[in-house]
Design a protein around this ligand. Structure first.
Ligand code: PEP
Ligand code: MG
Length: 294
């Protein structure tokens, strides 16, 4: 039975309505990438690049970042991979950067806000991603986007990084798609404005749940308020997915919610095309989706 589940986990999931959904992995290391492939991941819906850097004392240069990403992409082969640019701050202080964990915390200069304030850092990372992408299928994604103009600025940074590589004659590959995380309530509620300027959305339900409830995801005392199935979250997700459906913009979910048995199928009912979950949850989620919606 266990072995059969593992075999089935390597097959694509097709729903009764004919849609193929991707059950992908969230990864933050080379070991995670190997675990994802072993577990049958259809792709990687979230590569958390800050986790590659978190414990380093010195911020890695472009060549180092390129080599680290290339090593992970070699393991993933042709599986579509979404690489998220650095999400420093909040629960992920990056030691090698000057992100003041207290002042900046969850509501300050974190995620894309930090990168737009440090364009050299963003450019270096985007160049590394494009260089490592040669021979692979890679999309790029920005974390902690609040308003559409930030998504526009991110898209411009991607195009500038590509142009600089071209000018320098450095081998690279243009990202397959440019997307943003939806994990700030303002972004979720104005998703139509984001859809107008990006190729895809990916719902970060961990932060979205936290910001909707004004409850710190690292504070055990408020854990009972971190409820992805709350009335408020349900309404926000319904509205956001409806905006995306009307715009024809693909929506993925890469927060923990995607890997929870009680929510996975209803996310697909909202038109979500990809569930990105911890590698170990892939066989369970594929089985569940096939049983409930196959
Ligand atoms: C999220 O917020 O749901 C998410 C996937 O990003 P992270 O957990 O890395 O903040
Ligand atoms: Mg997040």
């Amino acid at each position: 039975e266990h072995r059969q589940r593992m075999v089935r986990a390597h097959e694509p999931v097709v729903l009764a309505d004919g849609r193929t959904v991707s059950v992908s992995a969230n990864v933050g290391s080379l070991a995670d990438a190997r675990a994802a492939v072993d577990a049958g991941a259809d792709g990687v819906g979230l590569l958390r690049t800050e986790l590659l850097i978190l414990d380093q004392d010195v911020f890695p240069d472009e060549d180092r970042q390129t080599a680290d990403l290339a090593e992970i992409l070699r393991v993933l082969g042709q599986r579509p991979t979404v690489i998220r640019v650095l999400d420093a701050g909040g629960d992920k202080p990056v030691r090698a950067l000057d992100v003041d964990a207290v002042r900046n915390g969850f509501l300050g200069i974190r995620g894309l806000r930090y990168l737009l304030a440090h364009p050299d850092l963003l450019r270096t990372q985007l160049r590394a991603i494009c260089r490592a992408s040669v021979g692979h299928r890679v999309s790029v994604m920005a974390p902690m986007v609040t308003v559409a103009r930030e998504a526009v600025a991110f898209g411009e940074a991607v195009r500038e990084a590509v142009a600089s590589l071209r000018r320098d004659g450095v081998e690279h590959r243009v990202p397959d798609a440019i997307g943003v995380m939806v994990e700030v309530p303002a972004a979720a509620l104005a998703a139509d404005e984001l859809c107008a300027v990006v190729d895809f959305l990916s719902i970060g339900s961990n932060d979205l749940t936290s910001y909707v409830a004004a409850a710190d995801r690292t504070e055990p005392g408020v854990a009972d308020l971190l409820e992805p199935g709350s009335t408020a979250m349900t309404r926000i997700l319904d509205q956001l997915c409806e905006h995306a459906r009307r715009a024809g913009t693909p929506v993925a979910v890469c927060g923990e919610m995607a890997g929870m048995a009680e929510y996975a199928a209803e996310l697909l009912d909202r038109g979500v095309h990809e569930l990105s979950v911890a590698p170990a949850r892939i066989p369970m989620i594929k089985d569940l989706v096939r049983t409930q919606r196959g």
